[in-house]
Design a protein. Structure first.
Length: 238
């Protein structure tokens, strides 16, 4: 079958932070295989194998054959955990799959061409949703969905419902979700500015109001002190 990548894995009987650090020092990544109503299996794999998977045509939707202790498991990437200070992968989740059963996947949407509304009408193209959720057999997963936007004028938009899929590929995402739209450039910029200003006003609150947290956790308005009221009376008399 096409687009299947073989991955050699090693079983690991120990788990924990110290074990994971030791595995990474060996240029490997701690990982786990789960799903399919079977027990989870902690493993470790080479860092280079993960790089190969992510750089492949199918990327995270690549079908994998994980070989471990003379056992082969059909799987796919389920989740990648990255180091928060870099883009280095530090843990991987694999999920078992049945090559004869449909699965849900997220496929990238690629916009092709330059809209008339951008090229001739000084509009701006807004790519609203960059992925689409589909259900299909593993070997039927498309690497990407290309959408031609060349004929779009200002005010035009495209929705998921216009995407033509094979008969054995089901749309999971709502068909009414917007893929992209071409808007007036100035109007789009003003809308962003207005949203930012509204956010700032909401944070500031009313002028002169002092808010504190009450015993029950709710916010309450702090009453002015007795000395403040006396000062106010004195000023009124003057």
């Amino acid at each position: 079958m096409e687009n299947i990548i073989e991955v050699k894995a090693e079983s690991r009987n120990e788990v924990g932070k110290q074990v994971a650090k030791r595995i990474r020092r060996e240029n490997k990544i701690p990982a786990i295989i789960y799903g399919g109503k079977k027990d989870s299996i902690p493993i470790s794999i080479d860092m280079d194998d993960i790089k190969t998977i992510l750089k492949s045509k199918m990327g995270e939707n690549t079908i994998l054959k994980i070989k471990r202790d003379k056992i082969e498991v059909d799987a796919m990437l389920k989740d990648l955990q990255y180091d928060y200070l870099s883009d280095k992968v530090i843990h991987v989740d694999f999920i078992r799959i049945d090559l004869k059963k449909k699965i849900e996947v997220s496929v990238p949407i690629i916009l092709v061409g330059e809209p008339i509304g951008v090229r001739l009408e000084e509009g701006i193209l807004d790519h609203v949703n960059r992925d689409i959720d589909l259900r299909c057999l593993p070997h039927k997963i498309p690497s990407k969905i290309e959408i031609d936007v060349s004929d779009l004028h200002i005010g035009n938009s495209l929705k998921f419902e216009i995407i033509e899929l094979d008969d054995d590929v089901d749309l999971v995402s709502s068909p009414t979700r917007v893929i992209c739209t071409v808007a007036v450039k100035g109007a789009a910029e003003e809308e962003v500015v207005e949203e930012e200003e509204e956010g700032e006003e909401g944070e500031e609150g009313e002028e002169g109001e002092v808010v504190e947290e009450g015993k029950d956790g709710a916010e309450s308005e702090k009453k002015p002190s007795e000395s403040t009221r006396e000062e106010k009376k004195t000023k009124d008399k003057k």
